[in-house]
Design a protein around this ligand. Structure first.
Ligand code: SAM
Length: 265
């Protein structure tokens, strides 16, 4: 029987891939870079001589001190033994600056990490992120409206960042090999709330309500969330089909509907 690695520990062993991931961050000589889950340092070792400042966040109680010991004499890297989901990212970024993020993510918490990055990006703390995740999750993040993979994660991601799919790796690029393929995405944080004239908190809630049940129409999801049939009928824009599912609408259309409902409340 295969033993599942703890903490999503599938270490990258493909030399070309680890260089390609580090290269995708671009010129980082003047940048603060946050690495999520450095592990044994496959990507870290490439970043250290390149980055202005590197902060490596590792939860594993043995790997974090081992990495810190390896770089004890290197002032440009700081290893923090902590949970990426608990740490306040703003507290490790010099005030008034933005940081870049990189990581071969622990797959068991990928969505939570992405949501945390989007929130930090919307707050103006991040410039870009190069992140590896399970291929299926990457496909959802990058999907366009109307295709099968498009859903709440896609809409949330694309409200907060432009998404580039860089490359996919097979399980043999890792040790131990995971059971899934992996894809690398580059996210350039550029929140669209202002441009689409919606408030972030209200619109994020509206997206969750709209995508609550995949088999329901958008209208039925909104009814289930408490919008009255009269309110929906009065405010519904003529350009949006009544029977549409949230998965089919662009972010421009979703925000048009949100604004119409708010104006007609
Ligand atoms: N970067 C290394 C590489 O590419 O070989 C390791 C990648 S491995 C997929 C994920 C890493 O994230 C592991 O080192 C694991 O210990 C670490 N990790 C898991 N959960 C974490 C968490 N909540 N906070 C920070 N690091 C975590």
């Amino acid at each position: 029987m295969k033993r599942k690695p703890k903490l999503g520990q599938n270490f990258l062993t493909d030399d070309r891939a680890r260089h390609a991931i580090a290269d995708a961050l671009g010129d980082i000589r003047q940048r603060t870079v946050i690495e999520i889950g450095p592990g044994k340092g496959a990507i870290t070792d490439i970043l250290v001589p390149r980055a202005g400042h590197l902060v490596a966040l590792e939860l594993d109680r043995e790997l974090a001190p081992a990495l810190a010991a390896r770089y004890a004499d290197t002032p440009t890297i700081r290893v923090i033994e902590d949970d990426v989901l608990r740490i306040d990212l703003a507290s490790i970024i010099p005030s008034g600056e933005t940081a870049d993020v990189i990581g071969n993510l622990p797959y068991y918490i990928t969505s939570d990490i992405l949501l945390k990055l989007f929130a930090a990006g919307a707050a103006g703390h991040l410039r870009r992120a190069v992140v590896m995740m399970q291929r299926e999750v990457a496909d959802r993040v990058a999907a366009s409206p109307g295709v099968r993979d498009y859903g709440l994660l896609s809409a949330t991601a694309q409200m907060n960042a432009s998404v580039e799919h860089l490359f996919t790796l097979s399980p043999s690029s890792f040790s131990p090999p995971p059971e899934v393929f992996s894809s690398v995405l580059r996210l350039t944080f550029a929140p669209r709330y202002g441009e689409l004239q919606v408030d972030p908190e209200g619109f994020d809630r509206f997206l969750k309500q709209s995508f609550a049940q995949k088999r329901k129409t958008l209208e039925n999801n909104l009814r289930a969330a408490g919008f009255s049939p009269q309110h929906l009928a009065q405010a519904w824009p003529a350009s949006i089909p009544k029977m549409a599912r949230a998965e089919a609408l662009t972010l421009e259309e979703m925000s048009e509907l949100y604004r119409a409902l708010a104006a007609n409340a």
